[in-house]
Design a protein around this ligand. Sequence first.
Ligand code: CP
Ligand code: NVA
Length: 301
Amino acid sequence: MKHFLDINQTAPADLRDIIDGAAAMKAERLGRPRGAPDDDQPLKDHMVALIFEKPSTRTRVSFDVGVRQMGGQTLVLSGADMQLGHGETIADTARVLSRYVDLIMIRTFEEATLLEMAEYASVPVINGLTNRTHPCQIMADIMTFEEHNGPIKGKKVVWSGDGNNVFASFAHAAKSFDFDLVFTGPPTLDPEAALSGLYTTERDPDKAVTGADLVVTDTWVSMHDPQSARERRHNQLRAYQVNDALMAKAKPDALFMHCLPAHRDDEVTSSVMDGPRSVIFDEAENRLHAQKSIMRWCLGK
Ligand code: CP
Ligand code: NVA
């Protein structure tokens, strides 16, 4: 069974094939209306369940559109509306869904939920974000970097802000795709210990960003963080805002990325988001292409 659970759970050669496949599929349908079918219909007669226990715009729409472009059908399910939200076990849910659908994508809170779904499902399971990781996002980000600035191997990527779930998938990718990753943020919001060895830390954001090929940030308060922590986190992270002064320390052709949704003028200024180095909407578009390639890989198509 080929689940797509995390970047560090997938062989680097497969990750490379997925990115290359995504780029080829993107090129093939250039200029077509979004609703037009792909020439290949690898998901013909396939039903895909998309389960959301947290809000989503990009993941929801890009998976749904991607399945349809490849000839499949989708069921978009809210965890709260399923028996899953009312006491049915994840294992039973996985076994039941496997009788109806060919592929499951789940966005959830605890990583344990994703892993239990994968253990008991008899169809492939894709991680659409957990509190710990967001691998589909980083596959789109690698694709986006390479589209603009060529191979990411050996490049310097700097993450400024919270050491969160999106950072964790960047850390996994740093090893698989062989780039240097620098974390700059306050010690109170360091990445989890399990990631040590995959990145280096530089507390001074100006020093960290010097010579960067890519600068990345994300929201200061993730969906799983308590709202009561909002003010404290903002106070701790303010010095790590990505603004024009910080971007000026990076290489002249450095890119800026953010998985979105962004909080304009908190973690990043509008001038950077809307500026010439920002590739945030390419990242969003590439979620579609990268995930289509991930689904093909999962299904062996
Ligand atoms: N980047 C991302 O996963 O966005 P959504 O929360 O809108 O799906
Ligand atoms: N770190 C953010 C990413 C959202 C796509 C969160 O988990 O809320």
